[in-house]
Write a protein of this length. Structure first.
Lengths: 113, 115
């Protein structure tokens, strides 16, 4: 069973609207949680990274939240643009010596004009 | 942010041939690099972890003799797909870990098509 679950699997929104993506994880002991944006045919690009003590972090129109108690995170996209169409991946790392990352399956966001 | 350059971005090869993919950290030293494989609409799957100057650690189910990894310097790791078959067609992505930090940066990915 994957240790990082994302929902929804995909969503379609109109340009200018907001949306929220969810990430639940069971990775332990928790080190940090990152959200990446991956355009089709490209490598992932980091949006935010949060440690245990942080519960919100913003990067422009992207705002991530983290509840380490319930092991949940969300990524909120404000005033979506066509360029936001991509896959958004939640990645969690544990406090281990090998820095292995646990990947969610991603949420595919399609923004339509 | 740190830059990881992956080359080539796409390659088409014939069955039975070998293909080498390079992953370079351009402005930092990467003690550890990771190689991933990604099928369409699926998440990244870790294939192996390579540490500079030592043998790579492969994930279960990944053939080390087929996917040769060399991490000869602190800025370069290579993945060679040997005797490629059509089922090896996939998107391969590397990431590099900055020494002393737990943040990894990803390359642009390589689309391999074996015909």
């Amino acid at each position: 069973k994957n240790q990082v679950e994302q929902s929804p699997q995909s969503l379609i929104i109109l340009e200018g609207k907001n949306c929220t993506l969810q990430c639940n994880y069971t990775v332990s002991p928790f080190s940090n949680l990152r959200w990446y944006k991956q355009d089709t045919g490209r490598g992932p690009v980091s949006l935010t990274i949060m440690t245990f003590s942080e519960n919100t972090k913003s990067n422009g129109r992207y705002t991530a939240t983290l509840d380490a108690d319930t092991k949940q995170s969300s990524l909120h996209i404000t005033a979506s643009q066509l360029s936001d169409s991509a896959s958004y991946i939640c990645v969690v790392s544990a406090i281990t010596n090998d820095y292995k990352l646990s990947f969610g399956a991603g949420t595919t966001v399609t923004v339509r004009a | 942010g740190a830059v990881v350059s992956q080359h080539p971005s796409w390659v088409i090869c014939k069955s039975g041939t070998s293909v080498k993919i390079e992953c370079r950290s351009l402005d930092f030293q990467a003690t550890t690099m990771f190689w991933y494989r990604q099928f369409p609409k699926q998440s990244l799957m870790l294939m192996a972890t390579s540490n500079e100057g030592s043998k790579a650690t492969y994930e279960q189910g990944v053939e080390k003799d087929k996917f040769l990894i060399n991490h000869a310097s602190l800025t370069l790791s290579t993945l060679t797909v040997t005797s490629a078959h059509p089922e090896d067609s996939s998107f391969y992505i590397c990431s590099a870990l900055i020494r002393g930090r737990s943040e990894a940066f990803f390359g642009q990915g390589t689309r391999l098509t074996v015909v």
